[in-house]
Design a protein around this ligand. Structure first.
Ligand SMILES: NC(=O)c1ccc[n+]([C@@H]2O[C@H](COP(=O)([O-])OP(=O)(O)OC[C@H]3O[C@@H](n4cnc5c(N)ncnc54)[C@H](O)[C@@H]3O)[C@@H](O)[C@H]2O)c1
Length: 433
């Protein structure tokens, strides 16, 4: 073992270990590129042929990976992409970064992980280090993956879980400066994973077991879900009391301890916060424990799009307008600002509810030129003076940075601002959440 560790250490320091990343999405692609940039040979494997084709053409579909970086590592032959798992027989470290969605209401769907494990186990050589980065419920690594690998007859392998904590679009906290939590089925696995991660990440934090590491990620996202749901509820309550919630939060956050600001909005989307806590909810329920917080927070968050439409209805009525005859401009459709991701975006729900109520809905989003979902087909309109004049109300749903909000204000008749972009502007034209 010691010889193996010393040799592994030497090969890591000389960038000789070969890496594979399974699943080249928001998590897998940036990880693969970061290792390739450091000079490691990285094989990226994805079942999505279109994604693979795009990558081979050196086109990135992920905001945090630039085409320039992608081109550089491909041209240096440091990043090879494909759909074939047979390359794994020459690999030292395999990262699994596949989706972990929900099936039905709150059941974890770990079938992508299982599929990846099946593909890996038939192809890897002895002494391969396998690291799961997909978010999942506590127990997945030890209770599902480990037995699967053993059942396949694999003996000499190392296995870790390390949650990915990136925040796509965040320029300040990135893959390399967010501390990395690592756990393994044994200390040796953790030592190997730590050596590998330290080549690209400033700080690696080992924890005592995979289930702890799995729960760390779920704690972080449950914390966000519960706090966002709480502030959404307080925003709805404050409205009834005729109190400006944004002013309340602004004043509360002057307290130098014991308070952390969260902001209300039109709902929560993406492939993390709406579903990760439900993985925990499900696991707890299996053990006979009912998490009231997660259930309640999910319910509040899911109701926000409906609440936004109800508020819009009231706002229009005050202007003697009705929703079914109104022309509405939705500003921003992605689930958060400055990224191209539409997954579980609450804005799609808002558009659908508005359309079902008979409103004429248009949208603008600099990152999404076309929208196609649930029989709805829309094209992002240009933000021109003549266009803006047509709308009865503009709803700011996603506060992308690259928007001329002064121009929007000047040329719109009425704005419902769910993101507080007009925080310093006092005018009857802007109504805040
Ligand atoms: N998106 C985020 O901000 C974020 C942040 C932290 C953690 N996570 C977690 O990371 C995991 C991946 O999320 P993502 O956003 O990168 O997903 P994604 O959908 O963007 O990418 C996953 C990729 O895996 C591919 N894939 C699926 N099954 C495969 C298989 N068996 N073999 C090879 N490729 C396969 C898909 O084609 C897809 O390209 C999830 O568990 C998610 O919860 C996501």
């Amino acid at each position: 073992m010691n010889n193996f560790l010393e040799e592994f250490k030497r090969r890591v320091s000389q960038h000789q270990i070969k890496i594979a990343v399974i699943g080249l999405g928001y998590v897998g692609l940036p990880l693969a590129i970061e290792f390739a940039k450091k000079g490691f040979l990285v094989f990226g494997i994805d079942l999505d042929k279109d994604r693979v084709k795009g990558l081979k053409r050196k086109i990135s579909y992920i905001t945090d990976v630039s085409n320039a970086d992608l081109r550089k590592v491909i041209e240096k032959n440091k990043f090879l992409v494909g759909t074939n798992f047979s390359v794994l027989d020459q690999i030292d470290v395999v990262f699994i970064c596949v989706p972990t969605p929900l099936k039905r209401k709150y059941y974890p769907d770990i079938s992508f992980i299982k599929e990846a494990i099946k593909n890996i186990s038939g192809n890897i050589k002895e002494h391969t280090l396998i690291i799961l980065e997909s978010t999942t419920y506590p127990g997945t690594t030890e209770e599902v993956i480990l037995p699967m690998l053993k059942k396949k007859g694999l003996k000499d392998f190392y296995l870790c879980f390390s949650p990915e904590r990136i925040d796509p679009g965040n320029k300040r906290f990135t893959l390399t400066n967010i501390p990395k939590i690592v756990a393994g089925i044994d200390e040796f696995s953790v030592s190997l994973a730590t050596l590998v991660y330290k080549t690209i990440i400033d700080k690696v934090i080992p924890v005592s077991s995979c289930r702890v590491a799995e729960m760390v990620k779920l704690l972080e996202n449950t914390f966000r879900l519960v706090n966002i749901a709480m502030i959404d509820e307080l925003a709805m309550m404050a409205k009834k009391m005729n109190i400006d919630i944004w002013e309340v939060i602004g004043a509360a956050k002057t307290k130098p301890f014991g308070f952390m600001p969260f902001y209300p909005g039109p709902g929560v989307g993406g492939h993390c916060i709406p579903k990760d806590p439900l993985y925990l909810y499900w696991k707890a329920k299996k053990l006979g424990f009912n998490s009231c917080f997660i259930r309640l927070a999910s319910r509040i968050i899911n109701r926000m799009p409906k609440y936004i439409v109800e508020r819009l209805d009231e706002i229009l009525k005050e202007k003697d307008l009705s929703l079914d005859k109104a022309k509405i401009l939705i500003m921003g459709v992605t689930y958060k600002k400055d990224i191209k991701d539409l997954r579980k975006s609450p804005v799609l729900d808002i558009i659908e509810i508005l359309k079902n109520k008979g409103a004429s809905v248009f949208y603008h989003d600099p990152l999404i030129p076309y929208l196609k979902f649930n029989h709805i087909n829309l094209r992002s309109i240009d933000l021109k003076k003549t266009n803006l004049a047509k709308f009865d109300c503009t709803v700011i749903t996603t506060d992308h940075t690259n928007i001329d909000y002064d121009f929007l204000l000047k040329n719109s008749s009425l704005i419902f601002d769910t993101r507080n972009v007009y925080k310093d502007i006092k005018t009857d034209k802007v109504i805040r959440l």
